[in-house]
Write a protein that binds this ligand. Structure first.
Ligand code: GLN
Length: 309
């Protein structure tokens, strides 16, 4: 076990990257859209950001990648900041135990999705943020740019178009929930916002920094408050229990941190009060989580002793 002094992060990251490099099993990139299928599963990057904005990294940590479902954390926080607990009348907070794009539970629970991090729940959150702001995806983008300090962070419109062309499942989720009155905007408007949200491109450095408010108990990079410390705790709790879909139990067991994955191969994680992490490697396991990403976070908490347990 090492001390938590920042001086120790770089050697830890270097050691993890060297270990990952030697690992033969790296998973397979998501293949539901061509833009993601083309990624090399051997790529790997990892960044750690301290609450004061100091950031350490290794490998491809400055390479932008498709953030995908990682963005669900930020839209949740942005909507909670605006409408508070009213959101919870429209989406639950229980792990689903089902794949991220599952439809089955909605019929039994009146169109109220289990949690904000499966696709159905994320669609509800984006719908509500759209109503609050008039442009959910641009609100998200502005937030990520401000928190990361990177004005070049963008939405990849080619990926968004590809998401839309292969978006039948998400369209079905949107229409199904709309039939229960749980979607406020026209479904095509919502889907356009959601596909653009998924298509945000950011690096490990960007996303580790943008997650910082969850290590600072709700405080943004500029010192203003986004969430109350209680809300920040709540978002971290939902990440722990729901952030890696039907693998959340195994992720908590191995890593011991609130985390959120995306099918682009990224995972963000939070050590409240200490630091935030983002790791990227495009090869996924069968539940849609980055194989090397989970392995690297597992090694990080083992080597540093930093975890919420
Ligand atoms: N764009 C993907 C989808 O909605 C995001 C899913 C994910 O990252 N798990 O299917």
């Amino acid at each position: 076990i090492m001390t938590t002094s920042s001086l120790t992060f770089q050697p830890v990251l270097d050691r993890i990257a060297a270990e990952i490099e030697k690992t033969p099993e790296r998973g397979r990139p998501a293949d539901y859209i061509p833009a993601l299928a083309a990624c090399d599963p051997r790529r790997f990057g990892m960044a750690v950001a301290e609450p004061d904005g100091t950031v350490y990294g290794v490998g491809d940590w400055r390479q932008p990648f498709s953030a995908q479902s990682i963005t669900k954390v930020f839209t949740l926080a942005l909507d909670l900041a605006r409408e508070g607990d009213a959101l919870w009348e429209h989406v639950g907070r229980e792990p689903s135990g089902n794949p991220f794009n599952s439809l089955v539970q909605l019929e039994y629970e009146n169109g109220i999705p289990r949690n904000p991090f499966i696709n159905a729940g994320a669609l509800v959150v984006t719908d509500r943020l759209q109503t609050q702001t008039g442009d959910a995806a641009e609100t998200l983008l502005a937030f990520l740019r401000a928190e990361s300090g990177n004005d070049e962070l963008t939405i990849n419109e080619r990926v968004a178009a590809s998401e839309s062309a292969h978006g039948d499942r998400n369209a079905a989720l949107g229409h199904f929930m709309a039939s229960y009155g749980n979607i406020g905007n026209p479904v095509p408007v919502l889907l356009n916002q959601y596909f653009r949200q998924c298509s945000v491109e950011a690096s490990c450095a960007d996303l580790a920094l943008a997650t910082g408010f969850l290590a600072r108990h709700g405080i943004r990079a500029d010192g203003t408050r986004l969430l109350s410390s209680s809300q920040s705790k709540q978002v971290n709790a939902i990440m722990l229990t729901c952030g890696t879909y039907d693998a959340a139990g195994d992720f908590a067991y191995r890593v011991g941190l609130p985390g959120k994955s995306g099918v682009g191969g990224g995972i963000i994680a939070v050590v409240p009060g200490h630091c935030t992490l983002c790791v990227w490697s495009p090869g996924l396991d069968e539940r849609g989580n980055s194989v090397s990403g989970v392995a690297a976070l597992d090694r990080f908490t083992t080597l540093t002793g930093l975890s919420v347990f």
